[in-house]
Design a protein around this ligand. Structure first.
Ligand SMILES: Cc1ncc(COP(=O)(O)O)c(C=O)c1O
Length: 433
């Protein structure tokens, strides 16, 4: 999320947000009270690692959020592509309550049958063979990086190298920030982890050069659609070329679907649009619909790389997170949410294009399904606060890209509301001297 300190003048107009009926059976919003403070209330005992908006969310229903002051927001952020089923989904809530009442956590000392249930489903929908469970996106990526290195060592390569991408984002651990292609994320944390070779996205010739010159490469690691880097899709023919190159070179193709996976683009996984299957696929975010979870799913080339003692985590694969994953995928199928993401995503995109494509200062509207970016010709972090003030949660990535990654339950009417709130804000912003 772009630093909220850029959101100057937040709530200075004190506009109450209209109180329309929420999409689901929600409690009545309380009356709108005084405007929130201009800056987020201090939390002196919490480390100061985030720029926050001065909003405390009290509860959510469907794609709607209410803050502690009673203001209501349409949620275009979805917890940063996390809340697949929206908030307080009527099928998910009782399932999680049931699980909490039975068992939340044991440990990986014992069998966890829900792990096998979720892993089997992930294999069925991905065409892969096995999963390792962890708790977040960066952990899933750490596991992928370890798999790549061990795969190299197993093949006699002592100093394995991994191809990574300009503008990539893979997380904030030392290894994943080293793989990330954003100097702002890396600044102050050197020395970075070695063993990465960086290339531009969608440039097969650059990869061919690395293949020719570097015998230590063992894997290619990229987001199928870059999220934090500004909603930058890999071209499908690029992914197909990459698959062929990895087969030829015996490299692992590792696709970070932490943000773009789990139905968001209108397929279970974004790479499925290209008709390919990766060797290693980190997942997180949307898989648990808000319950922290991560997974790395692997195919034949990688399935036997890690053995007992090579990797592990205390919390990973705990019954609560596994139940959240199982239920999320089940409800997505039952309610046809992948088709909904494609349909409503297309409606949202055409609404944005209708209102904004010709506006001077709008460079491009891009993405797939319910993962959309609107690139402006200037930094636009200020829109974060203005949108919230107008009753819409968004984010801004790569300084100048407005990002919409709402829940997959979004309706066409709610998508139209999103456009109706956002488009005038963008137009007014771009008209400023
Ligand atoms: C593509 C991608 N990979 C990895 C991560 C890191 O995930 P987490 O914040 O859960 O560690 C993110 C987070 O935004 C992401 O978008």
């Amino acid at each position: 999320m772009t630093d909220a300190s850029q959101a100057g003048g937040f709530f200075s107009l004190a506009a109450p947000v209209s109180a329309k009926e929420p999409a689901m059976n929600a409690p009545e919003p309380v009356a709108v009270t005084a405007a929130a403070a201009a800056v987020a209330r201090p939390m002196p005992h919490v480390m100061n690692t985030y720029g926050r908006l001065p909003i405390a969310i009290s509860y959510g229903r469907g794609v709607w959020l209410w803050d502690t002051e009673g203001r209501r927001y349409l949620d275009g952020l979805g917890g940063i592509a996390v809340n697949t089923l929206g908030h307080a989904h009527p099928k998910l809530v009782p399932a999680l309550q049931d699980q909490i009442g039975k068992i939340i956590h044991t440990s990986n000392y014992y069998e966890v049958p829900l792990q096998e249930q979720l892993a089997a489903k992930l294999c069925e929908i991905s065409g892969l063979q096995a999963a390792f469970f962890c708790n977040s996106g960066l952990e899933a990526n750490e596991a992928a990086l370890k798999i790549a290195r061990k795969y190299g060592h197993d093949r006699g390569i002592d100093r394995p190298e991994i191809i990574v991408y300009e503008k990539a984002f893979h997380g904030r651990s030392i290894a994943t920030l080293s793989a990330t292609g954003n100097p702002k994320v890396q600044a102050g944390f050197g020395p970075l982890v070695e063993g990465f070779v960086r290339v531009p996205l969608n440039d097969l010739a650059a990869l061919e050069t690395v293949a020719r010159d570097n015998p230590n490469v063992v894997a290619v690691f990229l987001e199928t659609i870059q999220g934090e880097g500004g909603i930058n899709p890999s071209r499908w023919e690029y992914l197909q070329g990459l698959r062929a190159l990895c087969d030829r070179q015996q490299w692992l193709l590792m696709l970070d679907e932490v943000q773009c996976g789990i139905g968001r683009t209108g397929k279970w996984f974004a790479h499925q649009w290209a008709g390919i299957v990766p060797d290693v696929m980190p997942l997180a975010k949307g898989l648990g619909s808000g319950v922290p979870i991560g997974a790395v799913v692997v195919g034949e080339k990688a399935v036997n790389v890690l053995g007992p003692g090579n990797h592990g985590t205390t919390f990973g694969g705990n019954p609560l997170a596994m139940r959240a994953g199982v239920e999320t995928l089940r409800i997505m199928e039952e309610d046809d949410l992948i088709a909904n993401a494609a349909k409503v995503g297309a409606a949202l995109r055409s609404g944005l294009e209708r209102e904004l494509a010709e506006v001077p200062g709008v460079k491009e509207i891009r993405g797939a399904g319910l993962m959309l970016g609107i690139e402006l010709d200037r930094p636009c972090g200020v829109l974060l606060g203005r949108a919230a003030q107008a009753g819409l949660m968004i984010s801004v990535t790569a300084d100048s890209v407005i990002r919409l990654v709402p829940a997959l339950i979004l309706s066409e009417a709610e998508a139209a509301q999103m456009v109706a709130i956002l488009a005038p804000l963008v137009k007014a912003f771009l008209a400023e001297p």
